[in-house]
Design a protein around this ligand. Structure first.
Ligand code: HEM
Length: 391
């Protein structure tokens, strides 16, 4: 062996040692913190049954971490609690964080394998449909069959096979019901009506802005948008307060990764806690108060954060986001221009306080609540009649 060959060999061995050291170091890195689980079932029994996003956020605070890991029957479930963590992993590293979990309950038993929201990254897109039962079914740990796909073969009469009945009842529902994102759009509009009940001063301010731009009781158009910054800020505040997908969609990590000092395993299901991001006290002081003015500065729009964050991240970001925002903007502006939204009064003249209740599907459709929606003035009554005749 000559000197050149010896140097080459030495460099190769050195490189091998460095790689080995890095691999060992990576394997030594701990998993993100999280509540301790039981053998085999992991945290299955800890999984929140309602408003899971609040519990996930509370755990992040308890462990003083912007990332936590739970384990559901052996499958790591990672929750990201801050915009920094989400941007770093789901946006910057989206090449490896863009798969969807295999969900036999949704795709194979309910027959939703055509649905873009459940397709693995890179599949051919055939349809753009979503549905509340499907969103219920993607909630981690909801159906055992997603963890043990073999269960899809058990006979229907077995005591724990109720998931097969749910799947049968919901297979193929897309033909008769709903378009892409319609649940989210309806949920956000319901959130707007709810917000108006408890915030009459915000409603009055938006209406006076509309009246100053469109004085004759006509409906606003998109051309008026730049002249209605308070209305746009109010719409943003509605998106912030009534997040219809509080934990977004599941992103599956395709290969082992490291974030901060934590090791994340390939196959982990990663969720962004969008609700926590939009209720962060530093970015949004008094996060539980409805304040459209937090999106304004000197009377002009000045969002502290990108509102499109409510539509998810990376390669899986909602493709309907611009359409959804515009749909909600025009619906809100038209309703404010024409109606007063107020609490219902009982027979003793007392206002009935509405209660906002959500389930634990990954899409939040508020339970029905009472409200009074009345035309604002005689001239807008004419506009309402004309608009309903045209449509
Ligand atoms: C207020 C209305 C809406 C909200 C808040 C919303 C929110 C979301 C969120 C959070 C996701 C998951 C993103 C992720 O995994 O990171 C998503 C996915 C999706 N949304 Fe929307 N959405 C809305 C309306 C719409 C509309 C109007 C459409 C279609 C016209 C639509 C089509 C889709 C589709 C097809 C996906 C799946 C994308 C994929 O998996 O690659 N959405 N949406």
């Amino acid at each position: 062996m000559n000197l050149q060959e010896a140097c080459f060999l030495g460099a190769l061995v050195g490189l091998g040692l460095v790689v080995d050291m890095l691999v060992r170091r990576r394997n030594r890195q701990p998993a993100p913190p999280g509540p301790p689980g039981l053998p085999i079932i992991g945290n299955l029994r800890d999984m929140p049954t309602e408003s899971s996003w609040e519990k996930y956020h509370a755990w992040c605070k308890e462990y003083n971490s912007d990332i936590i890991e739970l384990n559901v029957l052996g499958r790591p479930l990672v929750i990201l609690d801050t915009i920094e963590a989400v941007n770093e992993l789901l946006d910057k590293r989206s090449a490896i964080y863009s798969n969807r979990p295999r969900m036999p309950m949704v795709t194979e038993l309910m027959g939703w394998d055509f649905n873009i929201g459940t397709m693995p990254y890179g599949s051919t897109i055939l349809s753009l449909t979503r549905h509340p039962t499907v969103l219920q079914a993607v909630v981690p740990g909801k159906y055992l069959v997603d963890t043990f796909p073999i269960l899809k073969h058990v006979p229907d009469w077995m005591p724990f096979a109720t998931f097969k009945k749910v799947a049968r009842e919901n297979s193929g529902v897309e033909q008769e019901d709903g378009g892409a994102g319609s649940d989210n759009t309806v949920a956000t509009l319901a959130g707007f009506v709810f917000a108006m009940l408890s915030n009459p001063e915000a409603q009055a301010q938006a209406q006076s802005e509309i009246d100053s731009v469109i004085p004759n009781g006509d409906l606003p158009t998109f051309e008026d948008k730049d002249s209605l910054p308070y209305v746009t800020a109010l719409v943003m505040e509605v998106f912030r307060c009534s997040i219809s997908s509080p934990i977004g969609g599941p992103h599956v990590l395709q290969e082992d990764d490291v974030y901060k000092r934590y090791r994340l395993k390939a196959g982990s299901i990663v969720f962004a806690n969008i609700w926590a991001i939009f209720h962060d006290e530093v970015t949004y002081p008094h996060p539980f108060s409805f304040k459209p003015e937090r999106f304004l500065k000197g009377g002009k729009l000045n969002p502290v954060q990108e509102i499109y964050t409510v539509f998810g991240f990376g390669r899986r970001i909602c493709p309907g986001r611009y359409m959804a925002f515009s749909t909600i903007w025009i619906a809100v502006a038209s309703m404010l221009a024409t109606f007063n939204i107020s609490k219902v009064v009982d027979k003793d003249g007392r206002a009935i306080e509405p209660v906002l209740k959500y389930g634990n599907s990954s899409s939040c459709l508020p339970a029905p609540f009472e409200c009074a929606i009345t035309p604002r003035r005689p001239d807008v009554e004419r506009t309402i009649v004309m608009a309903s005749t045209v449509n």
